[in-house]
Design a protein around this ligand. Sequence first.
Ligand SMILES: [Zn+2]
Length: 115
Amino acid sequence: MFVQTGSIGNPGTRPLARQRADARPTAVDGFGDARWYAMRRAGSRKPATYRCPFCRGHLPALTDHLLVLPEGDATRRRHAHTDCVARARASGRLPLREEVEPRRPGPLARLLRRG
Ligand SMILES: [Zn+2]
C-alpha cells in the first residue's frame, strides 16, 4: 500500500483514483493512437474473459459490453466495459468518425457550388 507523505511542493501528485480514471487507452497494438473509434455492442457467446483497454480490468465476454474499433478496423477491435466507454466518450478521449472528419458535401451540393 502506497502512503503518500509530504506532498507539499509536489504539484504533480494526484490522487490514485483520479489517475486511474484518466488513464489513456494503451498505445500497444495501435489501439490508443487511432484518430477515431467506432463502437458496437458485443454479441459474444464465447466463455472467454477479455481485458478492458481503459481500466485494464477483466471483462467476462458473456456480460453486456461494447466492441471498440480503432478507425473502424475490426482486426484491432477491443472488448471494453460499457461504463468505461461512456466515461472515455464523456471526457473526449474516444472521438467518433463524424466528430473528427467533417462531413463532405454531397454530389448535389458540389454541383450547385460549381455553377
Ligand atoms: Zn473497463
